[in-house]
Structure formats: structure tokens, C-alpha cells
Design a binder for this molecule. Structure first.
Ligand code: NDP
Length: 232
């Protein structure tokens, strides 16, 4: 199985959870793979580069065989209000979060179609469903993943391939540690469970979607958000 952006944060927690159940796990990284557990296969890949995605899959296929479970997790944000958001900021975030998911899904579908089975799991966000002031680019990319996954679910379901979305709320990672204290406190005030998620709590939903037990689940959006998005 392959996790994009698996060198830190939520992606690393997902990779470790699959490895802990005995799966062969490859992780893509861009900034480096220092300190990764030895059981994870690190593969250099910038997901905004289609040739790099193709090369990364070829390397994983050579070492582990075809990718049976794909977790499209790599993502970034570049927050600012609409009035100040440059077109470059908008397209950069869409490219890294949404177009990249299309790239990896398309590449993964090749092997999955041959195998007549496969699991694709896309890491979206609660803000893709609720919207978020200051995150027009990020929220658009994350809601785009819902349409992408559900279309794949319809296209490839007859070939035994499932496509699902996990929508985390606020998780304690580098991405949220970068938020100002006042914003962190404001967010916590809106979370019924009153705390951030541990990345392992996102990973457990993802491993379930990748398991035999979830064989009849496709096109689903599973919130893991402490109740933040209820009703969306
Ligand atoms: P981090 O910022 O901790 O890690 C981001 C990961 O994505 C890194 O592995 C990074 O690689 C990788 N990445 C970013 N851009 C690219 C790129 N162009 N090519 C390859 N890899 C890239 O984020 P999180 O772990 O917090 O987030 C993981 C996912 O979960 C993201 O999609 C995020 O949007 C989503 N999410 C996070 C939430 C949170 O509260 N933290 C909430 C909801 C969703 P590198 O180290 O090389 O930069």
C-alpha cells in the first residue's frame, strides 16, 4: 500500500497503522525521510509533478508489487481572505490537494483494474463540507475530493475498486501547530469533544476503509472530527 505525504503528521500515523497490521507500506516524501521507521519504504515524490508520481509508483511496484491500497494524504494550505488571495495561491493549493489526488488515483487505477480490486482513500477535511473563512482555496480543494472520490466509486465499482473520503477535523500536526494561539482556542471552543484529534485516530478510520471489513463501503465520507461538522 502507498501513502502520499507519509513522512510526517497524519500520513505517517496512517503508514505506521498499516505497517503495524503487517502490510507492506510505501510512503512518499518531498522534504526528506529522516527518522522514518525501517519498515516503511520511502519514495521521493512531489505530487504536483505527474512524471514524479509515475516514477514513484513504478519504484513501489518494483519493490512491493502493485499498489492495492492508495491513501492520498499529501496536502498543504496557504490561508488568507478571498480579497487578498492571489490566483497563484489558489491554483497552488488546488494542484497539491486536488489535482494531485487525480494524478495518484489515475496511476493507481492501472494496477487495481488489472487486479480487479483496490482501495482508494482520500484525506479531505471537515472544512471541505462546512467552508472556512480564510481558506477558500483549501476548502475548495477538499470538497473537490468528495466529487472526485464519488465519481471514481461509480466508475470503478464494478471492478471491485472502492473510493472513500475521510474528513478529519483539527488534528495535532505541523499544519495546525502553525495556527495562532487565538485561532487554536477559537477552534477548540467549537469542537464538542473539546480537543484536537491525535493523528492515530484518523489512521484507524483509514485502516478500516482499507480492510476486508469495509468491502461494501464506497463513495462514503467519514468524518473524524470530534463532532465539529455535525449536520454537514
Ligand atoms: P503536515 O503539514 O503535517 O504534512 C503534510 C504532508 O503532505 C507532508 O508529508 C508533506 O510532505 C506532504 N506534501 C505537501 N505538499 C506536497 C507535495 N506537493 N508533494 C508531496 N508531498 C506533499 O499535514 P497534516 O499531516 O496535518 O495533513 C495531512 C493531510 O490531512 C492533508 O491533506 C491535510 O490537508 C489533511 N488534514 C489535516 C488536518 C489537520 O488538522 N492537521 C485536518 C483535516 C485534514 P513534505 O514533508 O515533503 O512537505
Amino acid at each position: 500500500m502507498l501513502v502520499t505525504g507519509g513522512n510526517r503528521g497524519i500520513g505517517l500515523a496512517i503508514a505506521k497503522a498499516f505497517a503495524a497490521q503487517g502490510d507492506q507500506v510505501a510512503v512518499t516524501h518531498r522534504s526528506g525521510a529522516d527518522g522514518l521507521p525501517a519498515e516503511l519504504l520511502p519514495v521521493q515524490c512531489d505530487v504536483t509533478d505527474a512524471a514524479a508520481v509515475d516514477a514513484a509508483f513504478s519504484e513501489v511496484e518494483e519493490k512491493h508489487g502493485p499498489v492495492q491500497v492508495l491513501v492520498s494524504n499529501a496536502g498543504m494550505n496557504d490561508d488568507t481572505l478571498l480579497m487578498r488571495m492571489s490566483e497563484d495561491s489558489f491554483t497552488k493549493v488546488i494542484d497539491a490537494n486536488l489535482t494531485a489526488a487525480y494524478r495518484v488515483a489515475k496511476r493507481a487505477s492501472r494496477g487495481m483494474l488489472k487486479a480487479k480490486s483496490g482501495r482508494m482513500i482520500f484525506i479531505s477535511s471537515v472544512v471541505g463540507l462546512t467552508g472556512s473563512a480564510g481558506q477558500v482555496n483549501y476548502a475548495a480543494s477538499k470538497s473537490g475530493l468528495v466529487g472526485l472520490a464519488r465519481s471514481i466509486a461509480r466508475e470503478l465499482g464494478s471492478r471491485g475498486i472502492t473510493a472513500n473520503v475521510v474528513a478529519p477535523g483539527f488534528v495535532d500536526t505541523d499544519m495546525t501547530r502553525a495556527l495562532p494561539d487565538a485561532r487554536r482556542a477559537e477552534i477548540l471552543g467549537q469542537v464538542p469533544l473539546g480537543r484536537y484529534a491525535d493523528a492515530r485516530e484518523i489512521a484507524s478510520a483509514v485502516t478500516w476503509l482499507g480492510s476486508e471489513d469495509a468491502g461494501y463501503v464506497t463513495g462514503a465520507v467519514i468524518p473524524v472530527d470530534g463532532g465539529l461538522g455535525m449536520g454537514h
